[in-house]
Design a protein around this ligand. Structure first.
Ligand SMILES: NC(=O)C1=CN([C@@H]2O[C@H](COP(=O)(O)OP(=O)(O)OC[C@H]3O[C@@H](n4cnc5c(N)ncnc54)[C@H](OP(=O)(O)O)[C@@H]3O)[C@@H](O)[C@H]2O)C=CC1
Ligand SMILES: O=C(O)[C@@H]1CCC=N1
Length: 203
């Protein structure tokens, strides 16, 4: 343990900033970061220009998006700008995807914002089934099993996502019906609009 954030910085060659964006001024204002250090910012939605103003340093600043799967060394970490030391840090943890600029970084950032909606989708399916009298543990087990299968099928990178969908769907069958009646154009447009609005805020 260190006595202060300044103490952490002084003892580090690579400084990782993982406070919540709204805490950054309290955590970082007044810190001295020598130009020879490397700063990795994990803060969602904070541009490097903004961070450079707060830290007032000429040290390289690299943004990165490690996600919870990094625990199992399976998170592809987007970085910007690419830096050999930072990319080497994340490479063994599931791979690294350096992107050219923060405009591209923000698109990937917006994609990460959809993760919990995916869990919420599964929770909604489970709750719908319990509403129809299924035991919660049965509904939970069944929905988890269904989507673990989906997760495994995603490992097959030889097939594009639309082909994977087609492979799971009988023409005019049950999946086709829900995909076209629920995930219809209006629903797809609403998702794109929410992502566009987030992207506009990230710029
Ligand atoms: N959760 C995720 O999957 C991802 C999160 N991020 C980004 O990572 C950052 C952290 O997110 P998350 O881990 O979920 O948030 P948490 O709230 O879990 O963690 C924030 C941490 O910041 C510490 N902290 C707060 N204020 C200070 C301060 N003044 N000085 C030192 N440390 C401080 C907190 O310490 P204490 O607990 O002692 O208050 C806590 O350990 C965010 O910027 C988020 O955008 C990025 C990618 C993915
Ligand atoms: O939801 C969040 O705020 C963080 C940032 C990237 C992924 N999770």
């Amino acid at each position: 343990m260190c006595a202060s954030n300044q103490d952490v910085v002084n003892r580090s060659d690579v400084v990782i900033i993982a406070v919540r964006p709204q805490d950054r001024h309290e955590a970082l204002t007044g810190l001295r970061v020598d130009d020879g250090k490397i700063v990795v910012s994990l803060m969602g939605g904070v541009a490097n220009d903004d961070l450079r103003r707060t830290l007032a340093t000429a040290a390289p600043l690299v943004r990165a998006i490690p996600l919870p799967a990094i625990h199992e060394r399976r998170s592809v970490t987007v970085t910007c700008p690419s830096h050999p030391v930072v990319d080497a840090l994340f490479e063994p943890l599931g791979g690294v995807l350096p992107v050219a600029d923060e405009a591209a970084f923000n698109v990937f950032s917006a994609l990460t914002a959809t993760l919990t909606s995916h869990y919420w989708y599964l929770a909604t399916l489970t709750s719908w089934a319990t509403g129809h009298g299924m035991a919660p543990e049965d509904a939970d087990r069944y929905v988890r099993g269904l989507f673990q299968g989906v997760g495994r099928s995603l490992s097959d990178e030889s097939r594009p996502l639309d082909r994977l969908a087609a492979a799971h769907e009988t023409p005019n069958g049950l999946n086709h019906r829900i995909r076209t009646t629920w995930f219809d154009q209006a629903n797809s447009d609403a998702l794109r609009a929410a992502l566009d609005a987030l992207l506009a805020d990230l710029r």
